[in-house]
Design a protein around this ligand. Structure first.
Ligand code: FCB
Length: 400
């Protein structure tokens, strides 16, 4: 009898990180500047982060030893193009060494080209919404081609454009002195940024494919897992479209679509509802809701018209590693259910490989591997051994 828990051939099994959150010293980026300005979001600056700009070999050694077969990391535009049109050969060589280093360890690299941070000069000329941003992004990707042109099968153009567009609106609100909260009441997306990101993605796919035709391109969307109360279905549709579905629709025809899910969003007649009082919350203040992943996969499959899916992020901020295993067991169970239903899922990347800089603070620990904030010493948690082992056995905890 076939083992229906066995992962399909080629299924990606990995962990994810993002450059700014782990590298440290990303001084030429807009986030670095933001971290050193007065604002209600940043509690502490990223500083040295996990020092992964120097310790990436150690990170990859650990992931490979744990059993993972894939590693998703991002390259930092601010390092590669510190001034407009001026490219750093040493930064390009650095990321190329990472790609080769991953392969040497038996890890297949998935390379994200943009994960939230911009070069400061790009932000100062108006960010994505400014004319010609897609052109500038394409120029960067052309210069960065030596990084991904060989040995890389998957490239993610832009991470969570739907969060990028909300962050753009938040920046505008902060600049005009308005109060902004991401957890309670995030601002509505900035329309010009949305349009620009959709254009930039199309342009990036075209650029990458022209330089490296074998690469499978896609982008990763934060799935809000909107759940309307009875009677609020229309409210949920109009909430979801500009904040999520417009980006999923833009993935129709792509090689794959990245699904990122952590929790759900309850919707009532007036829109987003607070997390129920009695719900368990994670260190992000999000509701503990492992089944989010299955809902996100189903929704992504239907809105993208059946584009193959890859879970590019899923995880939990908790200080209790047993809850991480529990959460991930539930999430994988919901993933197995969707696969059994026939949804085309091609991989799973856990967020995150390391405890890292969670956009303004270090307290929400998402890592499979703990990082000492003083010495940068890495210590894999029990969840890392548990999840990594699935990469070795290729057998899921539940049937699909
Ligand atoms: C996602 C981001 C990632 C991380 C997780 C918790 O929105 O892509 O960088 O912050 O959430």
């Amino acid at each position: 009898m076939p083992d229906t828990r066995r992962l399909p051939e080629g299924f990606l099994w990995g962990a994810s990180t993002a450059a700014h959150q782990i590298e440290g010293g990303n001084t030429n980026s807009d986030w670095w500047e933001f971290e050193h300005s007065q604002n209600p979001i940043v509690k502490e600056p990223s500083g040295d982060a996990c020092d992964s700009y120097h310790r990436w070999r150690e990170d990859m050694d650990l992931l490979a030893e744990l059993g993972f077969t894939d590693y998703r990391f991002s390259i930092e535009w601010a390092r590669i193009e510190p001034s407009p049109g001026e490219f750093s050969r040493s930064a390009i060589a650095h990321y190329r060494r990472m790609v080769e280093g991953a392969r040497e360890r038996g890890l297949r690299p998935m390379v994200t080209l943009h994960h939230f941070t911009n070069p400061l000069w790009f932000a100062q000329r108006g960010g994505w919404a400014a004319a010609g941003s897609d052109e500038l992004f394409a120029r960067f990707l052309t210069a960065a081609a030596p990084i991904y042109a060989t040995d890389v099968a998957h490239v993610c153009t832009i991470n969570e454009p739907n969060i990028v567009t909300v962050m753009a609106a938040a920046q505008t609100a902060l600049a005009s002195g308005q109060a902004v909260s991401f957890t309670e009441n995030p601002p509505a997306p900035d329309e010009a940024t949305t349009d620009a990101l959709v254009r930039a993605h199309a342009r990036a796919v075209e650029t990458v494919k022209s330089l490296a035709p074998h690469v499978h391109t896609g982008w990763s969307i934060a799935n809000l897992v909107c759940q309307p109360l009875p009677g609020s279905e229309d409210v949920a549709d109009s909430f979801r479209h500009p904040r999520q579905d417009v980006f999923i629709e833009a993935a129709r025809g792509d090689d794959w679509l990245g699904v990122q899910a952590y929790t759900r969003t309850l919707i009532g007649p007036q829109g987003r509802l607070p997390v129920p009082q009695d719900a368990e919350r994670t260190l992000m203040g999000w509701e503990y809701y492992p089944q989010a992943l299955g809902h996100a996969l189903r929704h992504s499959a239907s809105v993208s018209g059946g584009t193959p899916l890859i879970v590019t992020e899923n995880g939990i901020a908790t200080a209790d590693d047993a809850r991480r295993i529990d959460y991930t067991t539930g999430a994988l169970d919901s993933l197995a259910t969707t696969m059994r239903e026939g949804i085309d899922v091609r991989g799973y990347f856990h967020w995150s490989a390391l405890d890292n800089y969670e956009w303004g603070r270090y307290a929400p620990t998402f890592g499979l591997i703990a990082v000492d904030r003083e010495t940068f010493a890495r210590a894999p948690k029990p969840s890392a051994a548990w999840l990594g082992a699935i990469g070795r056995t290729r057998v899921l905890p539940t049937e699909y």
